[in-house]
Each structure stands twice: as C-alpha cells, then as structure tokens.
Design a protein around this ligand. Structure first.
Ligand code: C2E
Ligand code: CA
Ligand code: CA
Length: 275
C-alpha cells in the first residue's frame, strides 16, 4: 500500500525530472535473420528493478500515462532522426499505446503532432495496441485505432491471442501486424496446444494479409518452429534484448552487408558477435 502510494506520487515527478528513458528491442526478419524494426520500451532509469509491468498500470490509474507516452513518442522521433543520419534509412519503430489513453480524445492529435513537429512520417511508426491492465471500452479502442490509422500510423495487435477481443479487433480494425503473445511461443515444442495455436495464428495472419511477429523467442527450437510455419518476424532474448539507444544504433551499424544481401539470403544466421 505504501509502495503504491509512493509510486502514485513518484511517477509524475519522475517524468518532470527526466528519469524515464527508452530502450529498443530489435525485431528480425525470420527468413534472413536481419533486424527490420524495433519496439520502444520505456525504462525508469534510477529504478531499474521496477519494470514497466509494475509502474505502467499505476500510471494508467493516476493519469500520467498520457505524459509518459508523449515523452516516449518524442524520444522515439529524436532517435529516428539520429538513426536516419547515421544509417541513411528509417527503421520502423513500434510504440506501446495504453488502452487507458483511448478515452482521451486529445491523445491521437497530440501524438500525431509530436511526430509531425519532428519531421517524421507517421507511417514510420507502428502503434502496438493491447487490451492492457485496465477495464476497457472495446468500441473506444476500435475508434482510437481507426483515428491512429487515419493519421498515418500502422497498427499492431500486441499480445495477440490473450485478450477477449483479439479476433474482433482483427476483423474491424485497420491492422497491419499481429504479435503472437510470448505465452504461446514459450509453449512451442512442449505443449501441442501451443504448437497448434501458433501455427493457426501464423496461417490466420497470412490469410488475412497481415504480418505475423512471434514475441518472446528464447530458443533455437522456437525460432526453427516459427520459421517452418512461415512466420514473418521474431522478437526475443535469443536474438536481442532491449538495449539503450546507443547500443541499438551500433547494433544496426553492424548489419549493412546483411541488409544489402537481404534479398538473396535464404536461411543464413547473421547474428553479430555478443548478441
Ligand atoms: P510488451 O509490449 O509485451 O513488451 C514485451 C516485453 O517482453 C518487454 O518487457 C520485453 O523486455 C519482454 N521480452 C522480450 N523478449 C523476451 C523474451 O524472449 N523473454 C522474456 N521473458 N521477455 C521478453 P518490458 O520492457 O518489461 O515491458 C513489459 C510491458 O510493459 C510491455 O509488454 C508493455 O505492455 C508495457 N510497456 C513497456 N513500455 C511501454 C511504454 O512505453 N508504454 C506503454 N503504454 N506500455 C509499455
Ligand atoms: Ca508491445
Ligand atoms: Ca507483447
């Protein structure tokens, strides 16, 4: 209780004090194993033991999630400009959007405004939408996703398969990507139900014309399994952990040759040393 009260006071102050930073976890093309995009994940730097899973729900309750998301978006845009100047291209970055924000009509124009002010095309950014930790109004989520899409952002359904409305969202939202939840990927090879669910989701993505991303890939066996299914992208500790921006930039700088060969590459493993 005291801990929660402390967080209630501490999280808005932490934003003002600039204590949050953005880490990046690369996503890889499963076919070529080259990094193609990354997910922006917030970190509370002086409190490394407090994971987003601990403080985001509190920020959704105390209302500071809107400020935090704006901060993450602004940081992502600054980092994208830096990446472009060093790499010559913009990797796609995905940003987590809390459903708590969908009740706020100013959220979409505010975030679209930040992107425009930074001179970044909104199509470079993918909004990851999940059912999250709060009780949500499904219709409000759908309406907000449509507004994000109209503003040019891509839409990914995060934690796909865990929420009550995953399939409904896929049916009625302008979705470009589904991210198959880590729970199902972790069961691949040991629970046949997970094998069947993951294989059905990859097929569903292909047949509905959206990209499939396997989240939380931790073993070679899981990677081989999803590769065999034709899953498009993989994200997980096996391939790369979330890292600070400078490390993410260096990580990308190690891949130019792989990038040029991407079209010819079929099944090579091109992971740089140390990852
Ligand atoms: P998520 O969106 O599902 O993000 C993926 C989480 O899984 C991240 O945890 C990442 O570090 C972790 N992960 C990635 N690969 C693996 C793996 O192979 N094994 C395991 N065990 N974990 C893996 P993180 O950074 O602690 O974030 C937790 C959750 O907090 C996120 O889940 C997301 O829902 C939320 N979150 C993080 N950053 C933000 C943000 O900027 N805004 C909002 N609204 N939510 C955020
Ligand atoms: Ca996510
Ligand atoms: Ca997820």
């Amino acid at each position: 209780m005291i801990y929660l009260q402390t967080m209630r006071i501490a999280t808005p102050c932490a934003i003002a004090k600039g204590e949050f930073n953005v880490y990046y976890q690369p996503r890889f093309d499963v076919r070529t194993l080259t990094p193609v995009s990354a997910e922006a994940l917030v970190r509370w730097i002086p409190e490394p033991r407090l994971t987003p899973g601990a403080f985001i729900p509190e920020m959704e309750r105390n209302g500071s999630i809107a400020e935090l998301t704006a901060l993450v978006m602004d940081t992502v845009c600054t980092d994208l400009r830096h990446l472009h100047s060093k790499l010559g291209f913009y990797p796609k970055i995905s940003v987590n959007i809390s459903p708590a924000l969908f009740r706020d009509p100013s959220a979409v124009p505010r975030l679209a405004g930040i992107v425009a002010l930074n001179g970044i095309k909104s199509s470079m950014i993918e909004m990851e939408i999940t059912e999250g930790y709060v009780a949500i109004d499904v219709e409000a989520v759908i309406a907000a996703a449509r507004r994000f899409s109209e503003a040019g952002f891509e839409i990914a359904l995060d934690d796909f398969g865990t929420g009550m409305s995953s399939l409904h969202y896929l049916d009625v939202m302008p979705v470009s990507t589904i991210k198959i939840d880590r729970h199902f990927i972790s069961g691949v090879g040991s629970r046949t139900t997970c094998d069947h669910i993951v294989s059905s989701m990859v097929r569903l993505a292909r047949e509905t014309g959206v990209m499939s991303v396997a989240e939380g890939v931790e073993t070679i066996e899981q990677l081989k399994y999803i590769a065999g299914l034709g899953c498009d992208e993989a994200q997980g500790f096996l391939l790369a952990r979330p890292m600070p921006f400078d490390d993410y930039l260096n990580f990308n700088l190690r891949y130019p040759q792989a990038r040029q060969e991407e079209d010819q590459a079929q099944s090579r493993i091109l992971l740089p040393q140390g990852y």
